[in-house]
Design a protein around this ligand. Sequence first.
Ligand SMILES: *[C@@H]1O[C@H](CO)[C@@H](O)[C@H](O)[C@H]1NC(C)=O
Ligand SMILES: *[C@@H]1O[C@H](CO)[C@@H](O)[C@H](O)[C@H]1NC(C)=O
Ligand SMILES: *[C@@H]1O[C@H](CO)[C@@H](O)[C@H](O)[C@H]1NC(C)=O
Ligand SMILES: *[C@@H]1O[C@H](CO)[C@@H](O)[C@H](O)[C@H]1NC(C)=O
Ligand SMILES: *[C@@H]1O[C@H](CO)[C@@H](O)[C@H](O)[C@H]1NC(C)=O
Ligand SMILES: *[C@@H]1O[C@H](CO)[C@@H](O)[C@H](O)[C@H]1NC(C)=O
Ligand SMILES: *[C@@H]1O[C@H](CO)[C@@H](O)[C@H](O)[C@H]1NC(C)=O
Ligand SMILES: *[C@@H]1O[C@H](CO)[C@@H](O)[C@H](O)[C@H]1NC(C)=O
Ligand SMILES: *[C@@H]1O[C@H](CO)[C@@H](O)[C@H](O)[C@H]1NC(C)=O
Length: 768
Amino acid sequence: MEYLFLLVLVLSLWTGSQSESVNHKLFKTGSDDFLISLSTDGTYNISVKGKQWLSSAPTYFNSDNKTFSAADGSLKLLESSASSGTDKIGDWQSQTYLYQTVDSLAVKITANIKIYKDLPIIIFQQIFNDGANWTQGENYEDICGGFPGFKMEGQSGNLGYMSFGGLMVGDTNKHFGQWYNGTSQINEGIAGGPLAWFDIDGHTIVFSPFNNFMSASFSHDKDVGGYYYGGVMGGVYSIPAGHHQDFILYYGVGVNKAFEHWGKTLRKFYGKTLTEQKKDFTITHLGYWTDNGAYYYYNTETGETYEQTMYDVKNYADKVKIPFRYIQYDSWWYYQGVGRGVKTWRSRPDVFPDGFKNVTQTLKLPAAAHNRYWASDTTYAKQNGGKYDFIVEKYKALPVTKQFWVDLFTEAKQWGLILYEQDWLNVEFSGLQALLHDLDLGTQWLTQMAEAASESGIYIQYCMANPRHTMQSLLYPAVTQIRVSNDYNPGGDQWKIGISSILASALGLAPYKDTFWTTEKQPGNIYNRTEPNWKLNAVVSTLSTGPVGPSDMVGATNVSMLMKCCREDGVILKPQYPIRAIDAQIIGEAFPYSGGPGGEVWVSYTQFSSLKFANILALNIGQGYSYTLHPKDTGIYSFKEGNGDLYAVPYDEPYGWVQFSNLYGIDITGVFTPSRIALYHVSQAIPGWFMTTIFGELDKWAPMSPQRVVSVSWTNDTVTAPLIGAPKETFNFWYLLGSKLDAVTCQLSINGTVMFKMDRDLGIATCQ
Ligand SMILES: *[C@@H]1O[C@H](CO)[C@@H](O)[C@H](O)[C@H]1NC(C)=O
Ligand SMILES: *[C@@H]1O[C@H](CO)[C@@H](O)[C@H](O)[C@H]1NC(C)=O
Ligand SMILES: *[C@@H]1O[C@H](CO)[C@@H](O)[C@H](O)[C@H]1NC(C)=O
Ligand SMILES: *[C@@H]1O[C@H](CO)[C@@H](O)[C@H](O)[C@H]1NC(C)=O
Ligand SMILES: *[C@@H]1O[C@H](CO)[C@@H](O)[C@H](O)[C@H]1NC(C)=O
Ligand SMILES: *[C@@H]1O[C@H](CO)[C@@H](O)[C@H](O)[C@H]1NC(C)=O
Ligand SMILES: *[C@@H]1O[C@H](CO)[C@@H](O)[C@H](O)[C@H]1NC(C)=O
Ligand SMILES: *[C@@H]1O[C@H](CO)[C@@H](O)[C@H](O)[C@H]1NC(C)=O
Ligand SMILES: *[C@@H]1O[C@H](CO)[C@@H](O)[C@H](O)[C@H]1NC(C)=O
């Protein structure tokens, strides 16, 4: 019945008036609310919930040092044809437009639009049938031709956007706003990234490249009312026959949900799973860091070598029982050359007099090690007397064989490397002409690195990644983690990872907040700064699901506070899903009067069978705003779940627990700042029991972490939860039983297990 109606609708929309030669056809995607109208003249409109959101900007391509555009007829549409089929994503219908440049070369280019029948997906493809030469744009920030393209001016309704750009996953230059005209601030070029459009109710379209991530770019033409295009990176001079550049539009309800499902589609397509992330020891265990912002960044204990300083760190940690399980060594340990690039990635004798291997073996801790861009005087390059093929330019260099990386990692494994941190990804890319002008070199660089890492059994952290590097990691199981905000600077605000973590986690990467101090004052630090927000940094780090890596001065750690992150054996107690900004915060950034929190409200959670246990962090709320958070706003609980079976507990005040429902929200107005955080843990009631739930280990930042709680199951008579941890570890475990709050002390067995149990008839809980 419904199907029939739709058919009639589609037929009736085939064309407005029969007399015109131009035909319109409306296509439905897997979502009834996400439609595209295609014309035989190559134009298209996209609508959401019956409103036209986007309409096409003229298709154009560069060839032969010229721009050929459908707008002025210099790009001629030869034919338009329809077809259908099935690929790795699903069943599709498509409309194919064959274009030809109007000049002596008559280069053919195909613009193809694929609409997926069962998924809310549209894919746009540029196919260079014959290839093309002299395709470069005005500069490398431009593109070699635009398809798809969307007009910014003259759209009906209010359309908000979030545009990623810059480094650290596109966090540093992200913008929010409304889709007006050329004045809207939208990222383009080398550092540009995915864009999402959304309305005030959270209906969202995510727009990103779908393949060749390293050579795909966006361009924001600010004239003519503003056009926004996807295309091949503007520095590329020559595109071979058959080259595809694809872009995806993904529609979803809820900004977070849309990104999550967009990411799942890409991850499925490229085979990126979370398996390696779960095995990466530097993600699962507490480590000590020495990078920018750390106390010992280009700084040692007075009069000591770095080697001795690292021993001091370890001796102190052992004494006060901080279970550091690895150490991160930043750029201070290797040889630097031209422009402070890396000359030789080996430890210097003035830093480690006994050698790197001796240091890791003495410490009995594996290493995470930093690396940056290659200097033009790198000793590995044949040009400088080394063994390997490199592209060498004035300041920087690039290895071009996989063997180089295999040898580099094989050597590093011998001195204890488990994590390779590739920093300065953006600078290596934009600092080499070769990378900016080649279609495939960027991919080759990262592929050789990642394949060698996989073969060597080490993992990679990306740092200073533009969105292009971030998306490219979809192809690499070895890349498990990524920095999502700028460098730590004590007292600064780089803890704001709520937005960029949405993008990183959608792509299967563990978001890393970077290091932090656990106490305010650390005398003699090289930054002359203090850290009043030590607690906030610790919370965000732990709930990020990425590495947790403090960097205190010897003797300055707040051990009890730090250990809220972890078990006694240094295993990090994480939530299952990373902490991210809620939709209302994002929508509020674009629509200031939409009733958003006007500050940061982030949520993470863990699910055991049907029960979801959330962590809610709120700060900087205020400045005239009043905000009450309800379960339905978290993006975690359904409307029904929010109607009476949730309990929220302030992290530092168990007896302050309250019912949390769509009727009774939590008022998070005004009072919280980074030095006074609001952190609530939410537990879902045990079905069929009267006011009963588990709050868990409230002494930790993630009280119901899967690294502590194996499962939660229940019958009418008992609730059971097997718990794990370090042998003989002891902790308090909180619960609500028949409306009564209490805690039981759990001591794990010698094999690190114990069973938490609640008995309905007896009205008691035990842990044994
Ligand atoms: C797109 O929308 C514009 C304005 O609403 C209309 O003139 C045009 O015919 C539409 N094109 C298609 C392909 O639907
Ligand atoms: C394109 O322009 C460059 C310089 O701008 C010139 O060297 C080259 O010969 C031109 N190529 C063609 C095919 O016109
Ligand atoms: C591009 O240049 C290459 C090499 O000079 C040539 O073989 C090819 O035919 C050219 N392609 C086009 C579309 O002009
Ligand atoms: C762009 O749109 C904004 C908001 O409607 C308006 O204030 C501004 O004048 C417009 N600018 C141009 C150049 O059209
Ligand atoms: C490290 O070097 C020191 C000094 O040369 C030596 O005494 C020690 O045995 C070495 N330790 C290891 C683990 O190699
Ligand atoms: C460090 O900061 C304090 C307070 O801002 C200032 O008074 C002092 O001069 C600074 N010291 C140095 C060495 O910059
Ligand atoms: C350590 O952290 C606790 C909170 O976990 C706090 O009460 C205490 O004051 C902190 N100590 C220092 C020295 O900062
Ligand atoms: C559990 O309790 C419900 C209602 O109290 C009852 O309908 C159900 O039969 C019970 N199930 C078992 C397995 O006892
Ligand atoms: C761990 O110890 C408990 C009792 O202390 C025992 O029931 C359990 O089987 C042991 N598990 C393993 C994996 O050895």
